[in-house]
Design a protein around this ligand. Structure first.
Ligand code: HEC
Ligand code: HEC
Length: 270
C-alpha cells in the first residue's frame, strides 16, 4: 500500500514536470512566412520593401550576391548588385532595366554578366521557386539600387510561372571539388564524346590537337557556350544538353575551369 502511494505520487510529479516543460517550450516552431503578403494595391515603394525581405530570405540572393561591397569586380565570383537599378538598363542594347532584370531572374543563362561564369539559378523554379508576385517585389527592390522603383504587381513582365514548375537539375552554387584538368575531363564525361589522346572523332571532334587549333579563349567559349560556334561536321545542342544534365555548368568552379582549359590547350597532337 505504501509502495502504491509512492508510485502514484511519483507519477504525479513526473506528469507535473513534463507539463511544466511542455509549457516553457514553444508549442510549435514558427518558420518565417512562406511568402510575404503582397497586395495589388501596394505602391512600388511598398513592394520594394517586401522585395528587400525576400532577397535576404526566401530568395537566398544574398547567399551569393553582395550589395555595394566595394570589392574589385574582378575578384568576385558573383556580381555585386549595388547600382544594378541603373546599370541594368545598360547591359543589353535596346533592353530597358525592368526587362533586363526580369530576364536575369527568369532566364539567367540568356545573358551572362560580363566577367562572370553562369551559375545564377532560375528564380521561379525549385529550389528557390519564388512566385511571379515575389519576383516583382524583388525587381522593385533591385530598381531602388541606383534608381526609382516603378514595378507594381500589375506590371506585366511577360512571364507566367506554371505552379507545378519542374525542378531544375543541379541549381546550386558552384562550389567545385578541387579537380585538376584531367579530373574535370573525367568527372564530367567529356571523354565519352571526345578522344583526348587519339585522332578519331567520337560524338564530338577529337581534342588531341585542340590546343593547336583553338586559342584559350576559343576553348573556353567552346565549353561554356558550345553552340556559339559549331565545329564543322558536328551537331550543336548535344554537348550543352549533356553538360547541363551532369550539372557541369553549376558545379564547376572558376579554378577548375581554368585547369580544364589549360589542360586542353596543352593538347597539340604531339
Ligand atoms: C547560387 C548563386 C546565386 C544566387 C542564389 C543568385 N544569383 Fe544572381 N547571379 C549569380 C551569378 C553567377 C551571376 C552572373 C551570371 C549571370 O549573369 O547569369 C548572377 C547574376 C545576377 C544578375 C545580373 C547582374 C548584372 O550585373 O548584370 C542579377 C540582377 C541577379 N543575379 C540577381 C539575383 C537575385 C535578385 C537573386 C535572388 C532572387 C539571385 N541573383 C540569386 C549567382 C546567383
Ligand atoms: C554528349 C557529347 C559531348 C560531351 C559530353 C562533351 N562534348 Fe564537347 N563537343 C561535342 C560535340 C558534338 C562538339 C562539336 C559541336 C560543337 O562545336 O558544339 C563538341 C565540341 C567541343 C569543343 C570544340 C572542339 C573543336 O574542335 O572545335 C571542345 C573544346 C569541347 N567540346 C570540349 C568538351 C569538354 C571539355 C567537355 C566536358 C566538360 C565536353 N566537351 C563534353 C560533344 C560533347
Amino acid at each position: 500500500m505504501k509502495n502504491a502511494v509512492k508510485i502514484f505520487g511519483f507519477a504525479i510529479l513526473v506528469t507535473a514536470f513534463y507539463s511544466y516543460v511542455g509549457q516553457t517550450v514553444p508549442q510549435k516552431i514558427t518558420y518565417p512566412p512562406e511568402s510575404a503578403t503582397l497586395g495589388a494595391d501596394m505602391s512600388s515603394a511598398e513592394l520594394a520593401e517586401a522585395g528587400e525581405t525576400i532577397i535576404s530570405g526566401k530568395g537566398t540572393c544574398l547567399g551569393c550576391h553582395t550589395i555595394g561591397s566595394g570589392a574589385d569586380p574582378s575578384s568576385l565570383r558573383f556580381p555585386d548588385l549595388g547600382g544594378i537599378g541603373a546599370a541594368a538598363a545598360t547591359r543589353v542594347e535596346g533592353q530597358d532595366a525592368v526587362t533586363y532584370l526580369a530576364k536575369a531572374l527568369y532566364e539567367p543563362n540568356d545573358f551572362i554578366a560580363e566577367g562572370f561564369l553562369p551559375g545564377m539559378p532560375t528564380i521561379n523554379r525549385p529550389p528557390i521557386g519564388l512566385n511571379d508576385d515575389e519576383i516583382k517585389a524583388v525587381i522593385a527592390y533591385l530598381q531602388t539600387l541606383g534608381g526609382e522603383p516603378t514595378v507594381t504587381l500589375v506590371t506585366d513582365l511577360g512571364y507566367t510561372t506554371e505552379v507545378s514548375a519542374a525542378p531544375t537539375p543541379g541549381a546550386t552554387a558552384a562550389v567545385g571539388s578541387g579537380l585538376d584538368g584531367p579530373g574535370v575531363f573525367q568527372t564530367y564525361l567529356c571523354g565519352t564524346c571526345h578522344n583526348i589522346d587519339a585522332a578519331g572523332a567520337l560524338a564530338g571532334p577529337s581534342l588531341y590537337d585542340v590546343g593547336s587549333r583553338l586559342s584559350n579563349a576559343e576553348i573556353y567559349e567552346a565549353i561554356m557556350d558550345p553552340d556559339a560556334t559549331i565545329a564543322d561536321g558536328f551537331a550543336g545542342g548535344v554537348m550543352p544538353a549533356t553538360l547541363g544534365a551532369t550539372g557541369f555548368y553549376t558545379k564547376i568552379s572558376s579554378e577548375e575551369l581554368r585547369a580544364l582549359v589549360n589542360y586542353l590547350s596543352a593538347q597539340t597532337g604531339g
